[in-house]
Design a protein around this ligand. Structure first.
Ligand code: UD1
Length: 391
């Protein structure tokens, strides 16, 4: 048995780490293929070192580019790796361009493909990640969900139940494993922050690329920083955009927003764990703050992770400066909430790996043979196509 694990961009690395560990613990050869989507030391290698992730056996070195160019480069280069490795299973995680490209390359070669963190939907198809999620789920054989909403979305999309498993959140496996070390690694003092501080991350193209959107967010942060000083580890895309728009000085002018380079996993987790509030447009940080019990203000109008709002501390506040500042004031004076979602317990990767090794790959290949033999529809399901007159 050989499982090829795909890691492409920063939010993938903490998800691949526990999967690599669990496959290795069961004696399964599980090499890692790094697509090179993220390549800066602080966006990639640092995470492998801190999380003791095995060195990738393959590094595709695709680097940055337009969505089409980056996705196409991964598709083409990953196919060669698949032909050389001939794995029994490909595991992709998350929703980045590398995720969709590798899933597509694998299924087209008839290789069983599992998507970890399946079924999440923001229902906003202007987000590149939403398109990646929809396509990856549509082509993958096995779909491991981190929350109930993922299962419900896939059911609504007509995915047969046997392909879908509510396995829990692999990113939380990593968080729970490293929380103590992370607390000790917090850079709070080095950054000159008092006990009561907030953390900011922003990198979505819809928030930072255009000057007007970026300006609105900077105004929101400057206002919110009056409530508590903010640490802002800045993604390279954001730094480039803010520099282009002349906003870095505006942000730092009042001395209440401390801008830093991107932080490593342990430093960032430690900083977040000690924060009184987090302001973000990230997906994963909404989940991490839910488990840490730190109030999270998501500077977006939608979330693909609704459990963080229903059970956790997350609020969707949009980007209006006055609304963001009011929400920051509110959570800074309010009580903390801690209601961790089901299966976010540190055992998600173990559940996934056990399921992959349970004989399920036989069912995947039997299904594929049925398609090849007769062009049969999966599971013999009824065809519900309506003519224009019927609908
Ligand atoms: C990608 C993911 C996003 C994820 C984010 C986490 C997609 C569509 N987006 O967005 O879902 O939340 O990663 O960080 O896959 N850059 C560097 N060094 C690097 C990587 C990127 O300087 O190591 C800069 C480059 O200017 C690049 C830009 O960041 O053009 C954007 O990188 P890219 O990988 O295209 O998307 P992200 O914005 O990082």
């Amino acid at each position: 048995m050989k499982a090829l694990l795909v890691a492409g961009a920063r939010p993938n690395f903490m998800k691949v780490a526990p999967l690599a560990t669990e496959f290795a613990a069961r004696g399964v050869d599980a090499p890692i293929c790094h697509t090179g989507q993220h390549y800066d030391e602080r966006m990639s290698r640092l995470f492998f070192d801190e999380l003791s992730i095995p060195r990738p056996r393959h590094d595709l070195g695709v680097g940055s580019g337009s969505h089409a160019a980056q996705t196409a480069a991964v598709l083409e280069r990953f196919e060669k790796v698949l032909l050389a490795e001939r794995p029994d299973l490909v595991v992709v995680v998350g929703d980045v361009n590398s995720t969709v490209a590798c899933a597509l390359a694998a299924v087209k070669l008839g290789i069983a493909t599992a998507h970890v963190e399946a079924g999440l939907r923001s229902f906003d198809r202007t987000m590149p990640e939403e398109l990646n999620r929809v396509v990856t789920d549509a082509v993958s054989d096995l779909l491991y969900c981190s929350e109930e909403a993922g299962v419900a979305n896939l059911r609504r999309e007509g995915v047969p139940a046997w392909r879908v498993v509510l396995a829990g959140n692999v990113m939380i496996d990593t968080l729970l494993r490293h929380r103590e070390r992370a607390r000790a690694a917090s850079p709070r003092a080095r950054l000159g922050l008092p006990d009561a501080y907030g953390v900011v991350t922003l990198h979505r193209p819809s928030n930072v690329d255009a000057a007007a959107d970026a300006r609105r967010l900077v105004d929101a942060l400057v206002l919110a920083a009056r409530e508590a000083p903010l640490a802002f580890p800045m993604h390279p895309r954001t730094r480039e955009a803010f520099t282009r728009h002349g906003l870095l000085d505006v942000l730092s002018a009042g001395g209440r927003v401390v801008v830093t380079e991107p932080l490593g996993y342990l430093e960032f987790l430690g900083l977040t764990d000690g924060a009184r509030v987090v302001l973000t447009d990230s997906g994963g940080i909404q989940e991490e703050t839910t488990v840490l019990g730190v109030p999270c203000l998501t500077l977006r109008d939608t979330t693909e992770r609704p459990v963080t709002v229903e059970r956790g501390t997350n609020r969707l506040v949009g980007t209006d400066p006055a609304a963001v500042a009011a929400a920051a004031r509110d959570v800074l004076s309010g009580p903390r909430v801690l209601r961790v979602p089901e299966y976010w317990d540190g055992r998600a990767a173990a559940r996934i790996v056990e399921h992959c090794l349970s004989g399920i790959l036989g069912r995947v290949s039997a299904e594929r043979s049925r398609w090849l033999a007769g062009g049969l529809r999966p599971d013999g399901g009824s065809r519900e196509v309506r003519t224009p007159e019927e609908s």
